[in-house]
Design a protein around this ligand. Structure first.
Ligand code: PLP
Length: 437
């Protein structure tokens, strides 16, 4: 694209690709090739030595994935990005890129279950301690940190609580201490731009809103390029001392000519090389289609979710509505400060009659799908107490924000009249069962 713009809605359609130089194809081709030929031996050596960037092997880099990476980095106002096979591998790599055995990270307690498991069970087996703190108090991050802390980690809009994370407050503490803030922005693409608030690294499950149609699993890590790894060389030897796994490269020096991309280049050259979780080019193509309509879809998701939340607040079966638009005080202030493009597509609500009412509601939906996903064009619903959170004790469920009658809706982009119609008739069945009992 020759046209200069910083508008995410235009970047989502154009950035990183004009037309295919060989065929003139207007859409990004799927370069479904494991390997790429070198011009000659010197070219090959230069690519391996990072003297020149280019295509070697799809585990490390692929031209279809490259357009997606450039596009999302531009939309976020970041320096560069890397695609991964899943959101989960993006979360894992974002931490493993800078933390080693003996190190720790400080994480918000309010996390997606997969990240919670990674942090509380798998990373400790690798010698990486994860210290969980309540995001209600940003200072808790400072208190939990020490000189072996390599990152702060949080989700912008974690469910089931749906309380926006204090990005600027915790990023500022990170800047003071020399600790980068990694933000999982999966639930709030476009509506929140974490780098604008001081976050240093963004991760995504592209599976959700970026893909938008529930067809493919994938993830992204975006490097903001704003964290000064050299200034904090003592804390980050992995980026500032010779890496024996890459013929002694010092990542901050080896990438000097490329811009502030030491973090993401190291992730690509070491973690993708050694652990190998690349995005398939076909999935990158799917995500590129999704990305083009992401800003428009997010507007519809936000608008529909707000209507659904307001509708639920007026129903007698519902004791509480969980939605950023239905909050007060500091929680509301944070929602307004960080979710500047809208309050997102997720809505939670509690049914007074508990587990049975939750199951009854779900079983009687006829438009919405019952599944463990979010970010699809279709409205999706789940009853966490009997599914995703059923292995937890009632106390553990309560700590994560799941009550027996909690239902999560990932509101889609159907006509909101039909979404409300479906929810309304399913709620009617909850009331009629109660009356019959
Ligand atoms: N982060 C968040 C906030 C998620 O909701 C999910 C999945 O639900 C993930 C990460 C993991 O993503 P994936 O399923 O693409 O591995």
């Amino acid at each position: 694209m020759n046209y200069e713009t910083t508008n995410p809605q235009t970047l989502a359609v154009h950035h990183g690709f004009g037309s295919d130089p060989t065929t003139g194809a207007v859409t990004v081709p799927i370069y479904q090739s494991a390997a790429f030929t070198f011009d000659n031996t010197e070219h090959a050596a230069d690519l391996f030595a990072l003297k020149q960037l280019g295509n070697i092997y799809t585990r490390i880099h692929n031209p279809t994935c490259d357009v997606l990476e450039q596009r999302i980095a531009a939309m976020e106002g970041g320096a560069a990005a890397m695609t991964t096979a899943s959101g989960q591998s993006a979360v894992a790599f974002s931490v493993l890129n800078i933390a080693q055995a003996g190190d720790n990270i400080v994480s918000s307690t309010d996390l997606y279950g997969g990240s919670w498991n990674l942090f509380s069970n798998t990373l400790p087996t690798m010698g990486i301690e994860v210290r969980f703190v309540d995001p209600a108090d940003p200072e808790a991050f400072r208190k939990a940190a020490d000189d072996r802390t390599k990152a702060f980690f949080a989700e912008t809009l974690p469910n089931p609580k749906l309380e926006a994370f204090p990005i600027a407050e915790v990023a500022a503490i990170g800047d003071e201490l020399g600790v980068p803030l990694i933000v999982d922005n999966t639930a709030a693409p476009v509506i929140c731009r974490p780098f604008d608030h001081g976050a240093h690294i963004i991760v995504y499950s592209a599976t959700k809103y970026i893909g938008g149609h529930g067809t493919s699993i994938g993830g992204l890590i975006v490097d903001g390029g704003t964290f000064d790894w050299e200034r904090h060389a003592e804390r980050f030897p992995v980026l500032n001392q010779p890496d024996p796994s890459y013929h002694g490269a010092v990542w901050t020096e080896a990438t000097k000519e490329m811009g502030p991309v030491a973090y993401i280049v190291k992730a690509r050259c070491t973690l993708q090389r050694d652990l190998g979780a690349p995005m398939s080019p076909f999935n990158a193509f799917q995500f590129l289609q999704g990305l083009e309509t992401l800003p428009i879809r997010m507007r519809e998701h936000c608008r529909n979710a707000q209507v659904v939340a307001d509708f639920l607040a007026g129903r007698k079966e519902v004791t509480r509505v969980i939605h950023p638009g239905h909050t007060e005080g500091e929680v509301r202030r944070r929602a307004r400060s960080y979710l500047t493009g809208g309050f997102g597509g997720l809505v939670g609500f509690e049914l007074a009659e508990g587990v049975e009412a939750g199951r009854q509601f779900i079983d009687n939906l006829s438009l919405a799908y019952h599944c463990a996903n979010i970010g699809d064009a279709r409205t999706l619903a789940i009853h966490p107490a009997s599914t995703t959170h059923s292995q937890l004790t009632p106390d553990e469920q309560a700590a994560t924000g799941v009550t027996p009658g909690y239902v999560r809706l990932a509101v889609g982009i159907e006509d909101v009249v039909d979404i409300i119609g479906d929810i309304s008739q399913a709620l009617d069945t909850v009331s009629s069962v109660k009356k019959a009992a």
